[in-house]
Design a protein around this ligand. Sequence first.
Ligand code: SAM
Length: 342
Amino acid sequence: MGRDVNIQSDRLDRSAPRDGFARTIDYLRLSVTDRCNLRCRYCMPEEGVDRISHEEVMHFEEIVTLIRAAVNVGFHRIRLTGGEPLVRRDFTMLVRMIRDIEGITDLTMTTNGVLLEEKALELYAAGIQRVNISLDTLVREKFLQITRRDEFDAVMRGIDAALTAGMYPVKINVVLIRDFNDDEIFDFIELTRDRPLSVRFIEYMPTNGAQAWKSDMIVPMDELLTTIETRHKLEKLDKRSGAGPSVDYTIPGFSGTLGFITPVSSHFCDRCNRIRVTSDGRIRSCLFSDDEAHILPLLREGKDLMVIGDFILNVLKNKPKRHSITSGRIRTCQRSMSEIGG
Ligand code: SAM
């Protein structure tokens, strides 16, 4: 215990760490489960999913220790994801445990929204003040086709519940796939007319779940902007320093905003500020590098925060300069987003 207190005071300023390429890394995306209540075709197969066993999944106390160690070495921002985080039992309790860690400036989550209607209020009270909700279509039948589950109405109610609970911003993440949902661009934009939603179009990435991926399925941002400008005037928004990778716009008179995230056509690796942790405690310093550093054994051995913090810093030293999707050789990552934590 005494050691623990010393570690905290030794690192009181908690300035964010830098990786081997002098990038500031202060954002941890942590998957709390690999289980999901949807089966999006580009992410997970319907059957035969290799599941992480219960013994291997990090316990709440282990997650909290890992996050405390990360905060002690300068991480400030935490995103909880999955799989679907809301299917993890007592997830709200975990949020409360994390909220109480001193030094976190931003605690948020990514969800498919299916269970959000019943959970939004308690999550907000527990400390989730903003949320990203994934939604690739506004057509109920197409939702069933993509996700293999008939939950479209639940997600729409979940979005309303997040807004009603006071979460802000509520971001809607749309993975745009050519000839599949690019005919819905203007319908998604309409969501931002009267509601303070932030709709973000994200390029389809060649992860392991995305077996059908081809580079021409991507709708590049320039093309998207040109299409949108046939109907709307777009005003570019200034970027806050340390803000995420999206390029943001607003349409005059609209309540919400639009964002474009281009991991493939125009990578933002030079501004990368994050690492990911899988639900079985493996740190991935780059989505597209399959190098993983297994931190769970240290947590299970009860190592102190200093040791765990040093382990995290060591991972940063080996964070790749950039992914190689656009450098000619397409390299897919060997795990799906549901396993890694999208
Ligand atoms: N279940 C939560 C959800 O749906 O938001 C969190 C996990 S999910 C894996 C996170 C995000 O990853 C979703 O927005 C999903 O659309 C996205 N995703 C999965 N595979 C992807 C791919 N190949 N390219 C782009 N995004 C992908």
